[in-house]
Design a protein around this ligand. Sequence first.
Ligand code: DGP
Length: 134
Amino acid sequence: MDDCIFCRIVEGKLPAKKVYEDELTVAFWDAHPASPTHILIVPRKHIPTLNDVADGDPILSHMAGVAKTIARKQGVADFGYRFFINVNRGGGQVVFHLHAHLVSGNDLGSVFLKMAVVAAVLWRKLVGAFKRPG
Ligand code: DGP
């Protein structure tokens, strides 16, 4: 696939900061990291989305195993990390070559989201406490 960025990275035609390679996958740093650790695990084979993975294809469990190995090598396995796949535009997918994100560290987006939820819950309680009965 000549017009696929990740195919070009897999084939070595585009540069990327690779951290791992095997016969099925290549893993490299995300160009726009959302956290101190943000690595993409990409199958060598061009599969556009998770929806296109054939039933019984071992690629997904292989990618999960690769994530475990990389997390250990990057020293984030015990601290913790997120491993996720965005699917189609509605699911936030921008590059249409299957890939999993391995993200660890200060994920400010999640921190702000949690703070917003806590603030909303406290606000409701506060408003409820001052509401007149009836
Ligand atoms: P997604 O939204 O799940 O499709 O994630 C695509 C990710 O790919 C996004 O976090 C940015 C990253 N990305 C896009 N183009 C490049 C590139 O040319 N090189 C690298 N290393 N990452 C890229």
